[in-house]
Design a protein around this ligand. Structure first.
Ligand code: NPW
Ligand code: K
Length: 523
């Protein structure tokens, strides 16, 4: 599992450790780790470090200090290192002295800096790290836009990305690799920040940290959560998932949700709705009923809403009345937004909401802007604003509806409501999905995800586990399905790829690292 901590938590751990160590130890550890990565990249690119052109963009804080010390280490190995000072007169004294002692060059003119930046074999972005406030300052913005030939290595966090949230106010440096220290930062795992970070490498510096506020599951974590039938299992013990989906207008949504549900580990899928005939034709193993959830018989979890059309209100009401976990998606969410959080107030079983940002905007508007404080919000939030602040959006929704929320899109985020009393990690941690691909933003992909997550709920996973595991498998399936890496995928193909992905995860086959251009788990 990747653990990410907020800046204030990192600062506290740093202070505690620094008090016990000789001055400069942490920065030396950080700079050494950084230089090792840079040397490896240069060797891959040019065959050696010696003679390569390295540019260090150095701001006024310790982030610039890390970059300058790493630059000095590369200069000692024969690299031609130029430091561009973005805040001349305020650069890190020790780092600058080390670079000069290693015969590095120092410039302050922006024109020279930009020319060197564009033709460098490698750039170190040490403009600003976890001490940054606001977006990039004007003197740094040209570097975010300039052409370049070599890779950019961000020091701790790409400059311009908010380390705590992944929000980007204006421009930010686009890195190929980010070397972070002590712990991941939430902004490196959540878009838009994650898409600026490239491949993220963690350098341990000895910090002792409390449980993380944000985590990203990896293969082993997901493998440990997958439901596996025991020798005594029957279909009811494995869990029956009820799917109330599809309508005369959208029968395909029923098929896709059932396809996802059949591959999520539940023992049986029970379908209710108007597309029963099509569902049985497509998946004869499905149990079908033509009414609503109330008369459908025993289930351990409901999925309600995909393609539900005009029948979604009844399906939602009947599903919510059942004392089992309920996943609400698509038209079910539109209906829930109309009803507001009060519709969930009496529930004791878990509720999992799976909105994209457009649905999230409707839900927040339905909750009065921010969980009952409509007056604070002059207008309903716009979907693109919510997408830019994914962590905050998921948390707001979870708090407003007191339900687990899986916010879909570029980096899927799963948030639990704040604890009523002292409930801590792992439930309290927000889970972010590392396997997404922008190709998942395709019709029907959300229906598959809803069925899959509902099936995992029925199999006994908690709402946040079911959501995080479903997002993980769904993203991997889309990556695996593309005949050519990066080619378009369809929702049916994603569903069909789920068994193979399930096997990959159990076999421990690592996913491809996220590329700089890949998106998230959009649906
Ligand atoms: N934590 C750890 O364990 C370890 C941390 N380490 C390293 O230290 C880094 C944190 O260093 P830090 O605290 O000096 O802050 P940092 O990110 O350099 O920025 C602050 C400076 O920038 C300025 N500034 C502010 N906003 C700005 C903006 N938008 N654009 C431009 N400038 C801006 C602000 O000055 P201002 O102009 O606002 O007066 C201030 O001078 C951390 O990311 C990691 O790399 C490792 O060495 C070892 C272990
Ligand atoms: K940086």
């Amino acid at each position: 599992m990747r653990h990410a901590h907020r800046v204030e938590v990192v600062r506290a751990a740093e202070a505690e450790l620094m008090a016990r160590l000789p001055e400069g130890t942490l920065m030396r550890r950080a700079a050494t780790g950084l230089a090792v990565t840079c040397a490896r990249l240069l060797t891959r690119r040019r065959g050696r470090v010696y003679g390569s052109r390295v540019v260090v963009l150095a701001g006024s804080g310790d982030n610039g200090g890390d970059a300058l010390y790493a630059g000095a280490e590369l200069a000692r190995r024969g690299a031609r290192v130029t430091a561009v000072l973005l805040a001349p007169g305020r650069a890190h004294g020790g780092g600058l002295a080390a670079l000069r002692a290693a015969h590095g060059r120092v410039v302050v003119e922006q024109e020279i800096g930009l020319a060197d930046f564009s033709c460098a074999d490698l750039v170190l972005d040490g403009i600003v790290g976890i001490g940054g406030r606001g977006g990039l300052r004007p003197e740094a913005e040209p570097y975010a836009r300039a052409a370049r030939t070599g890779p950019v290595v961000a020091v701790d966090v790409p400059s311009g990305v908010d380390a705590d949230t992944g929000e980007v106010a204006g421009a930010a440096l686009r890195a190929d690799v980010t070397v972070c220290f002590g712990t991941y930062k939430p902004g490196l795992l959540i878009d838009p920040g994650a898409s600026y970070a490239g491949a993220v490498q963690l350098v341990g510096i000895g910090l002792e940290l409390p449980p993380a506020g944000v985590v990203a599951l990896q293969h082993a974590d997901v493998a440990a959560l997958l439901p596996v039938p025991g020798a005594e299992s029957d279909k009811y013990r494995r869990g029956v998932v009820g799917v109330a989906a599809g309508s005369a207008r959208y029968p395909g949504a029923a098929l896709l949700a059932v396809a996802g549900a059949l591959r999520g580990g539940a023992g049986a899928v029970r379908y209710v709705g108007t597309a029963a005939e099509e569902v049985v034709r497509g998946f004869p193993e499905t149990l079908v009923t033509e009414g609503g959830p109330a008369g459908a018989g025993r289930v351990q979890a409901w999925v309600v809403g995909p393609g539900g059309g005009e029948g979604a209100d009844r399906a939602l009401a009947e599903a919510l009345a059942a004392d089992v976990p309920v996943l609400v998606d698509a038209d079910g969410l539109t209906e829930l937004a109309r009803l507001g959080p009060g519709a969930l107030a009496g529930r004791t079983a878990p509720t999992l909401l799976t909105p994209h940002t457009g649905e999230a905007a409707r839900l927040l508007a339905g909750a009065g802007g921010d969980g009952g404080t409509r007056s604070e919000q002059a207008r309903p939030p716009a979907a693109d604003e919510l997408a830019a602040a994914r962590l905050a959006t998921a948390r707001r929704l979870a708090a407003a509806y007191r339900a687990t929320v899986l916010l879909k899109g570029s980096t899927t985020v799963v948030a639990d409501p704040p604890p009523a009393s002292g409930r801590g990690y792992p439930h309290g941690a927000v889970r972010v999905n590392p396997t997404g691909t922008a190709w998942l933003a395709t019709a029907g992909s959300g229906d598959v995800l809803a069925g899959l997550a509902g099936s995992l709920l029925a199999a006994g996973l908690s709402a946040p586990d079911a959501a995080a595991v479903a997002a993980y498998l769904h993203g991997l399936a889309a990556r695996r399905t593309a005949a050519v890496p990066g080619a378009p995928v369809t929702a049916s193909e994603v569903a069909a790829a789920l068994p193979a992905v399930w096997n990959d995860v159990r076999a421990g086959e690592a996913p491809e690292p996220r590329s700089r251009t890949s998106g998230g788990t959009g649906t």
